[in-house]
Write a protein of this length. Structure first.
Length: 117
């Protein structure tokens, strides 16, 4: 079964609402050797004016409506913070269109680490 990255991206965007002037979301997708899709969504940092951000990272993500989508079957919800300097993120574990996946909704821009998860 193939994993539809575009469809997951579209569903996340449907339930993600910026409260400021940013309108871009960064996505990362990675399939493990066990066939589990690790996905992340975070506010984008691509909009700069010199050294200053020109947008606000304030947003709402309607988690309850996202989980009601027919393509999403969740088994676990969690809030995770791995490092002292990292911000908490929401993790959804389950299946997307029958494929095992873990989706991380990050509250701040991703610093683009070598391993995104």
């Amino acid at each position: 079964m193939t994993f539809d990255e575009a469809k997951l991206r579209s569903l996340v965007e449907k339930h993600w609402h910026y409260l400021g002037d940013c309108n871009q979301i960064d996505f990362d997708f990675y399939q493990t050797q066990l066939g589990i899709w690790l996905c992340s969504a975070s506010p984008s940092v691509t909009e700069f004016d010199g050294l200053n951000y020109v947008c606000s990272f304030n947003f709402n993500f309607n988690l309850s409506r996202f989980l009601m989508e027919s393509e999403v079957e969740y088994e676990m919800l969690s809030i995770e913070s791995r490092y002292e300097e990292s911000k908490p993120c929401v993790k959804i574990s389950g299946r997307f269109e029958g494929n095992p996946f873990v989706l991380s909704i990050k509250t701040e821009p991703d610093p683009k680490e070598t391993v995104p998860f």
